[in-house]
Design a protein around this ligand. Sequence first.
Ligand code: ATP
Length: 479
Amino acid sequence: MSDISAPRPREWILEPETEYRFELDPGTTFAIKISSCSRAAAEIFGAELVEGKTYLFTSECKAALYTWQGCVIEMSTASTEYVSEETPMSAYANVHIALEQMRVRALSKARGSPLPEPEKPDPKLSEPPRVLILGPENAGKTSVAKILANYAVRAGQGWTPMLVNVDPSEGGWAIPGALSATPVKGALPTYSPASPLGTASTTAPLVLSAHGHVPLVYWYGHADTKRNPLLMDRLIRNLGENVNDRFDLDPEGKAAGVIVDTPASFASNSSPPEHRQKLIKACVDAFRINVILVVGHEKLNVEMQRAYGSHISVVKIPKSGGVVELDHSYRERIQKYQLHTYMYGCAVQPPPGVTGATLGGEALADLVLSPSSGVIGFGDMSIYRIGTETMAPSSALPVGAARVMSEMQPVPVNPAMPGSALLNSVLANERYDEEVLGSYSYDTNINMREKKMTIFIAEPELLWQARLRLQGSFEYQDL
Ligand SMILES: Nc1ncnc2c1ncn2[C@@H]1O[C@H](COP(=O)(O)OP(=O)(O)OP(=O)(O)O)[C@@H](O)[C@H]1O
């Protein structure tokens, strides 16, 4: 922040153990620089900020900069901002320390080294931490997941905890509708809700991106877990199998453990109890969960204690007063930003006078992408939907009635039929031999006369190569 013709940045002094919370309006960009700090730098959801570097935030980002030791920050103008002295960071740090002890013991055990013996040895304590984070809407679950993953990475032990996102409304490293997992090797930055877990190979080209993750992604296709709980269940279990297979080959990664971020519907009374209990059970089984963290919800904590307390540590942790209540229209805008970012990357104009700033640690020019497009004949690909559009869940059928079509059945979608709802539809593309993993496109034009449609896709090689495409319920039109 050094241009003399630009407005002077403001400077605030943050006392130790306080946090500066900020929210951005649509279309605004915000910059922060740590101008001086004591021993430990400031952090955003556990990711350290380096003194003297300028960080940008965009796309209606809402976040908090926390400091353990105190610091001075320079910043441009945010739409909403305040400093809070009341934060749950000490409680979160204590959780991190307990998980760290489990990691150290698990690694010693895997290497056959002697374990540091506690007074009462508990075999559960030498298991790697496999953590499920549950809580209602706007509890701060994703922020807690990021803090715990970032603290593990920062511990200096070379941990690469597996972070799993089974919240299909959020998008993780891909787009909304996806479930994903990746070993976290570097800090997960917060700069835009369009990339809530930082950059991935899909949001920036790996050759350019310094911190890109390479996630494993499955396509569920809807924002709401109630839409097809059976498919959710299957995908969670598939993701778990893949994670466990990887752990079999990587004992050090296994010792670092798993952190699973879940959607609010797992905790919400608006979901039928049997659905959410089944999906929680799917996570517990798939990721062999041994710690459940319940963020600020007494009733859910008691429910989890009763269901799992005998063999899993269930811990209630406080909700941060800084978590912002995100309404439906904000969530819809974020889903649009995510789809746009997936296709076009993130083009950001820094505030006046701000130079040399980075977005989540990446140079601004490296984050701009350009999708390919092509016209494809209806006969050159097959499009499916899983289950039907209007299907009630099996539990809602009359007693004794059997469903004619399974919620898991692929239903062919004929682009030539009116009502296929393919125009502007987001499609997942086959990647490896009928496996649909983390590649997405959308169609912008359907020519019924010539039986062709125009598809925009991030990975050009899959434009014609992918013979199979899956439709969900997301639509996208250029912003
Ligand atoms: N301490 C804080 N100060 C300011 N903003 C925060 C703080 N903690 C979280 N937020 C913001 O509040 C919003 C909601 O937080 P988060 O996504 O972690 O909650 P969640 O429980 O995962 O949400 P969901 O309802 O989607 O499951 C996010 O924009 C996040 O960046």
